[in-house]
Write a protein that binds this ligand. Structure first.
Ligand SMILES: [Zn+2]
Ligand SMILES: [Zn+2]
Length: 119
């Protein structure tokens, strides 16, 4: 058995900041109250500045250009992912992998981890 260095892989849920277009960790944004509900949708932001800009003029930022664009494919199930939707990310050996949902991410991560399956 080769000595694999992967021990634990953190899965993070990210969503696009509509103001600057950055992928922002959902957990971090919620814990810092960097979110705003507008038109039945919850938007999250990387900074208080982005949140403030959005609140001033939401229409300016909710555009098809940022939201609804192809953001790649889920590396586990192959589903198309779009910006504005939640994307699950996992750092595996210094590389960022993207998935459509935490379930796909954890299934993929499970396959990468040596042994250690709790079935
Ligand atoms: Zn931002
Ligand atoms: Zn998937």
């Amino acid at each position: 058995m080769s000595d694999k260095t992967i021990k634990k892989i953190d899965i993070e849920i990210t969503r696009t900041d509509p103001v600057c277009g950055m992928d922002v960790s959902l957990e971090k944004a919620l814990s810092k109250h960097l979110f705003h509900i507008y038109g039945h949708k919850e938007y999250i932001f990387c900074s208080p500045e982005c949140l403030r800009d959005f609140k001033e003029d939401p229409h300016k930022y909710i555009s098809e250009e940022i939201y609804g664009e192809m953001a790649g494919m889920c590396e586990y199930c192959g589903k198309e992912m779009r910006t504005g939707e939640d994307i699950a990310t996992a750092m595996i050996e210094g590389e960022m992998h993207k998935f459509c949902c935490p379930i796909c991410a954890s299934s993929y991560v499970k396959d990468c981890l040596p042994g250690d399956k709790n079935d």
